[in-house]
Write a protein that binds this ligand. Structure first.
Ligand code: BTN
Length: 267
């Protein structure tokens, strides 16, 4: 393992040994989410933390790739078991996004915002993505929380991504210490998760709505062949998106959000 990842491993083991059954750090792996799933299937069903310095087959939402070069980002997956049906766990991905957001605000990145359900943006440039995957086990759901944060993407990689992206080094004008970033993120995530498990998403609604990049902005929600247009009005107490459409306020639980491209849009 390279020196940086050895340091990361030592610091994570020092700080979080009691919080995870396993902490595994790799220089390079196919996908930390795939590794978490493999470990679950091999019987490690409780809490794991998998961190990698690069991924050869990083997975994004909707079957996309998550380009994961060494030094370009930090890539991690966490697992937790929940005794509730999947349908009641929608808020988890938003709560995870808020943990990432708080970590970035703590670095001085005041312009960081959330995009429903779980992206972190600087203006319209994506800085971090989250992919939740699940695996049912009797009455329990085991959720894999995959988080990717761009640290310093090489120009060639930026050119290969078909959407606007950015990274921490560009936005802050300085490099970031990976181990410190992970410690802050994991502390925020644990705190948010504990609060979500006892009180649900309600305590997070206000924070989400004040950092929502598309609050009061014209957006389209695309799901399969369906497009619904309206004005984003934040989220409700379950984490569903509220969209004010021509036919009234709609509650949206799935789909992908795009800024509206229609002429005369508000922004
Ligand atoms: C998205 O499309 O926005 C979600 C990207 C999630 C990427 C992370 S990187 C760590 C973890 N392992 C993966 O293969 N994907 C997630």
């Amino acid at each position: 393992m390279n020196t940086e990842m050895k340091t990361v491993q030592a610091i994570l083991e020092d700080s979080f040994a009691d919080d995870f059954e396993q902490i595994c750090v790799f220089d390079c792996i196919d996908s930390t989410n795939a590794e978490a799933m493999r470990r679950m299937q091999a019987g490690h069903q409780t809490s794991q933390l998998i961190v990698a310095g690069s991924q050869t087959a990083g997975r994004g939402r909707r079957g996309r790739q998550w380009l994961s070069p060494a030094g370009g980002g930090i890539y991690l997956s966490l697992t937790r078991a929940f005794d509730r049906p999947l349908g009641e766990l929608q808020g988890l991905s938003l709560v995870t996004a808020l943990a990432v957001l708080e970590t970035l605000l703590g670095l001085g990145l005041d312009q960081a915002r959330v995009k429903w359900p779980n992206d972190i943006l600087i203006d319209q440039r994506k800085l971090s993505g989250i992919l939740l995957e699940s695996c049912g086990n009797g009455g329990q759901q085991i959720i894999v929380f995959g988080i990717g944060i761009n640290l310093a993407l090489p120009r060639a990689v930026v050119a290969d991504i078909d959407r606007p992206v950015t990274d921490l080094e560009r936005e802050l004008g300085r490099p970031v210490n990976t181990a410190n970033l992970l410690v802050d993120l994991l502390e925020n995530w644990h705190r948010h998760l504990a609060s979500y498990c006892s009180e649900g998403f309600q305590p997070f609604v206000c924070q989400w709505n004040s950092f929502d990049r598309y609050h009061d902005v014209e957006i389209d929600i695309i799901s399969g062949n369906t497009r619904i247009s309206g004005i984003g009005r934040g989220v409700d107490a379950t984490g569903a998106l509220l969209l004010e459409t021509a036919s009234g306020l709609k509650t949206i639980s799935g789909g992908e959000l795009f800024p509206s491209v229609r002429p005369g849009r508000q922004e």
